[in-house]
Write a new protein. Sequence first.
Length: 284
Amino acid sequence: MHFQWYPGHMTKAKRMMQENMKLIDLVIELVDARVPLSSRNPDIDELGKNKARLILLNKSDLAEEKWNDAWMEYFKGMGFSVVKVNAKKGSGIKSINSVIQEACKEKIERDKRRGILNRPVRAIVVGIPNVGKSTFINALAGKACTKTGNKPGVTKGKQWIRLNKNVELLDTPGILWPKFEDQVVGLRLAYIGSIKDEILHTEELAAELTKFLVKEYSGILAGKYEIAEVEDGFGNLRSIAKSRHCLVKGNELDTEKAAKLLLDDFRNGRLGRITLETPEESGE
């Protein structure tokens, strides 16, 4: 299975991000807790250097807790602040404001020394598509958010949301796309639904996922679908189709329907908490 991506979007987003960075104190980066490395764009480290950094492990309720903790330590080791969140359900959101203040402590103290009091921290939220940025911004801003309009030195169209007296959020950050020279990264992003299913071969993808699950989470497929797990991915799909009565005319097994069912169950946490990559794989 081979993944292609569209660097045109990325160049534009990167340029937009570079312009925005001059105005920013803090980069808040959302990653998917099931694939924290694969769901990052490596350019963000370069673009955000010399800025305070906050990594949000979003959808952390879908990932295994021991690996969430391991990833927190990994990112802290890089000098980042880290918070586990579930933007959809709102968990972890309450702690964000105090973490922002802590992450920007140096900047706030520097301002005080210069006699600048109460200037809000300016933050930008970045992340690859489908990682939950809009959901997070809405959860953080709530209904109380007010757009503060254009500021001097800010090009028209960029909107600042005032979260409270201490924090302003840039509302229109560019979206950075993931880079996958490594096809495994593409595969992992496809599992979580970050790549449009229309451009993928669903059965092939689901078969690969079953192979991963049999190896790393033995018993999960057996428990969920009442099948005998095998190393052959398509064999597992056929068993799921049989178990769940996914049939086409003439009582043939409908493996495509079974594949969609499996991917949907995985993406929505119905197979339990599953992490697809661990810090050991980072090579650091």
